[in-house]
Design a protein around this ligand. Sequence first.
Ligand SMILES: [Zn+2]
Length: 349
Amino acid sequence: MRALRFHGGGDVRLDELPDAPLGPNEVRIAVAACGICGSDMHEFRHGPAAIPTSDRPHPLTGTSLPVVLGHEFAGTVVEVGADVSEWHTGNRVAIEPLLRDHDCEQCRRGRYNLCRAIGFLGLSGNEGGFAERAVVPASALHRLPDTVSLEHGALVEPLAVGWHAIDQGQVEPSDDVLIIGGGPVGLAVLLCLKHRGAGRVIVSEPSPQRRSAATAMGAGLVIDPNDSDVARTVRRETNGGVRVAFDCAGQAAATPTAVSALRPGGRLVLVALQGAAVQLPAARMLALELSVVGSMAYANTYPQVIAALAAGLSPTPLVTRRAPLAAAPVVFDELARDERQELKVLISP
Ligand SMILES: [Zn+2]
């Protein structure tokens, strides 16, 4: 079968591979669609970063590059392992790619996104979704209702990132909210907020195409950070600031801006990865009792997202391009030159 493998920074190849053997607790999936994530592009441009190398194989998988990429995927069960009883050929599923040891303190508490050995299918050495087929643990599967398409199934993963961030922000239905960064992560937060309920949702984003997308998805106000003072505008528009801000920009300047846009007692959720250290206005945080909380992937979130999709949440506006697996290396090259040209790109074998 064909699969897109990461061999090193700037080097992804469409390789011909044998189908992997199926373990007793594993399931083989015919992949329907798999989204390209910002972390895939980060590995392509700057990696290997999270992808294990031969001198440091992943503790759970024991393997290293080359790895089949792709962790945002859905498909149909085509074969089940000897000890798998709850899944059958033909089941339509979304794959939760988070690997964990099921054994550490955080796993035992159910916070498996904080597992000491955390990994991801499609990054950490196990099989990924940019392939015709993938072997995954049966425990990674979530059934899709008949009314939820496989394409929407591939979008459960990025939506789960947004859904968990909202949980971390403890957003209540009347809260005004600021999202800094209108890329796929920020807009996933927006779509989930519109479905779950919030007050006014403000999005700050420099790209005009992404601002238009945010408006179409229901943002109450969109701001161009290049021509207005985001924190001042937000405080003016919300009578003193938002209750919750989401930093989805991944740029050092965004974090202090988000803190400055909070009302007393407000909460900042860090969702995007940042390389550089940031300075926070500590005196303001003390005086206004502001909180800062991280949001790492998701845990126990897939069932809620799938129920929301069945209830009408539509992530289709996130998808700006669909391409066949054969075109994936070219798509990676194009996105590496300008990642902001697209929101979510879906690859289908
Ligand atoms: Zn663990």
